[in-house]
Design a protein. Structure first.
Ligand SMILES: Nc1nc2c(c(=O)[nH]1)N[C@H]1C(S)=C(S)[C@@H](COP(=O)(O)O)O[C@H]1N2
Ligand SMILES: [Mo]
Length: 389
C-alpha cells in the first residue's frame, strides 16, 4: 500500500539521522512535499532518543490545535519494522464474525472527526517531590488535535461481539527490542470501546496520521490518558478479562487514595488510570519573558477528562485575589478550550503569573498534586515568572 511504502522511506530517513531523533513535517503521506525536519529544528524537547520521547514546548500549545510536527511523541518500544504492507487490522476474539480490515475498507465506513486532548499520564512528572524515575516530562506531553477515522463500535458491531466480552485488547505493530521485553499490550473496558467517541483514527489535523503518532491507524479515547491511545494498531481482540502483561497489570495504575513515598500497596489498593483530571497551562507569555510596561494579553489552554472546564482563574503576583479569565470556544467532552485575560498597565517589577481551572465535577487544580509512585496525572496550578521593564 502506497501510504506504507512512504513510511518505509521515512524509516530509512530516521536511521540516517544521528541518534535517530527526527520528526517529519507532516507525516507519512507528505514525505514527498515536506522534507523531514530534526526534532530540535521543530523546537521539540528531546527527553529520550531511544525510544523516542519528544516534548512540545508549552509556547507551541498556544492555540486551539497543536501542529502535527510540534506534537509530543511518546514511544515505549522501537517504531514498527518495515515490510508490514499492506496494513491489516485484525478484529477477533469473542466475536461471531472475526475479520481483517484494510485501510481502504475502513475508509468506506462512516468517517467522524473529533477534537480531543492527548496527554501522557506522566505529563508533569518532573514536578513531583520527592523526585521520581521515568521520563522527566514538564508541561508539554500534551496536545490537542482533530482526529478523524471510524468509530471503534462500528467495527465491533460488524464483528458481532459476544455477550461475554468485557474488555477489548489492543496491540500495535511496534516490536519489543528483544524477545524478553514485553509488547505494549493494553485493553479498555467494553463500555468505553462501545462509546461513539472512541475512534480508530487514520487522520490527524486533516493529514494522514503521521507515522510517529501511530500511522496508519491508532486508537483515540477522548478524556482518557494517552496510554489508551494505542498506536500502529494491528490487533483488536474481544476478551472476558483485562489484558495480561505488565503494561496493563502493573503500569498505569493509581492508588485509590493518596499513599506517601514508601507505602506498601497491594494490587487491590490500585485502580487503572483512565480519566484525566482538570488542568490548565499558560501558553503566552513564555516563562522568563522580559515585557515592556503596559498592556499584555496572557493566554493558555484548559481541559479535563470527564465533563467540561467551567472556569479558569488567574493571579498576577503573590497577594492578588483569583480573578476569572475569559474562556473561548464551546465546551466539548475530551477537547480543550483556550482562555485569555488582559494584564493591564503592567508596572516594572518581577511577577509570578498563576492559573487554575475548575471543571463541571466541582474539581479545581490543587497547589500541588498528591504524590504517587509513578508520577502520574500532575495537575498542580500552573505558574511562570516574567519581568516587566
Ligand atoms: N503501540 C503503542 N502505542 C502507544 C504507545 C506505545 O509505546 N506503543 N505509547 C502510548 C502512550 S503512553 C502515549 S502517551 C501515547 C503518545 O502518543 P503520541 O506519540 O502520538 O503523542 O501513545 C500511546 N500509544
Ligand atoms: Mo504516556
Amino acid at each position: 500500500m502506497l501510504e506504507f511504502d512512504r513510511s518505509i522511506s521515512r524509516r530509512t530517513a530516521l536511521r540516517r539521522t544521528v541518534g535517530g531523533v527526527l520528526v517529519c513535517g507532516s507525516g507519512v503521506a507528505s514525505l514527498e512535499t515536506h522534507s523531514p525536519v530534526r526534532a530540535d529544528e521543530a523546537g521539540l524537547i528531546v527527553r529520550n532518543s531511544r525510544p523516542l520521547d519528544l516534548e512540545t514546548p508549552v509556547t507551541a500549545l498556544d492555540g486551539w490545535l497543536t501542529p502535527n510536527d510540534q506534537f509530543f511523541v511518546r514511544s515505549h518500544l522501537s517504531t514498527p519494522a518495515i515490510g508490514l504492507a499492506p496494513w491489516s487490522l485484525q478484529v477477533g476474539g469473542l466475536a461471531d464474525h472475526p475479520r481483517a480490515w484494510s485501510l481502504n475498507e475502513l475508509q468506506k465506513l462512516e468517517q467522524v472527526k473529533i477534537p480531543a486532548v492527548l496527554q501522557c499520564a506522566g505529563n508533569g512528572r518532573a514536578y513531583f517531590r520527592p523526585r521520581l524515575p521515568g521520563v522527566q516530562w514538564e508541561k508539554g506531553a500534551v496536545g490537542h488535535a482533530e482526529w478523524s477515522g471510524v468509530r471503534l463500535v462500528d467495527l465491533l458491531e460488524r464483528a458481532g461481539y459476544q455477550r461475554g466480552a468485557g474488555h477489548v485488547h489492543l496491540l500495535g505493530a511496534d516490536p519489543p527490542p528483544s524477545p524478553k521485553t514485553p509488547r505494549f499490550l493494553r485493553s479498555i473496558p467494553i463500555e468505553r470501546a462501545l462509546d461513539p467517541n472512541t475512534l480508530i483514527a487514520t487522520h490527524m489535523n486533516g493529514e494522514p496520521l503521521p507515522f510517529l503518532h501511530g500511522g496508519p491507524m491508532r486508537l483515540v479515547v477522548p478524556g482518557w490518558a494517552g496510554n489508551h491511545w494505542l498506536k500502529w494498531l494491528r490487533q483488536i481482540s474481544l476478551a472476558k478479562d483485562e489484558a495480561p502483561g505488565t503494561y496493563q497489570q502493573s503500569g498505569y495504575r493509581m492508588p485509590k487514595s493518596p499513599a506517601p513515598p514508601g507505602a506498601v500497596l497491594k494490587p487491590a489498593d490500585l485502580v487503572p488510570l483512565t480519566v484525566m483530571n482538570v488542568k490548565s497551562l499558560i501558553t503566552a507569555p513564555a516563562d522568563g519573558s522580559m515585557l515592556k510596561a503596559g498592556n499584555h494579553e496572557v493566554r493558555g489552554v484548559a481541559w479535563t477528562g470527564d465533563g467540561h472546564v467551567t472556569k479558569v482563574e488567574y493571579a498576577v503576583g503573590p497577594n492578588s485575589p483569583w480573578r476569572p479569565a475569559t474562556l473561548q470556544g464551546e465546551p466539548r467532552q475530551g477537547s480543550w478550550r483556550t482562555w485569555k485575560f488582559a494584564w493591564e498597565t503592567a508596572q516594572p517589577g518581577k511577577y509570578t503569573i498563576r492559573v487554575r481551572a475548575s471543571d463541571s465535577n466541582g474539581d479545581t487544580q490543587p497547589e500541588t498534586t498528591a504524590w504517587n509512585k509513578s508520577g502520574y496525572l500532575w495537575n498542580g496550578i500552573d505558574r511562570l515568572t516574567c519581568e516587566v521593564r
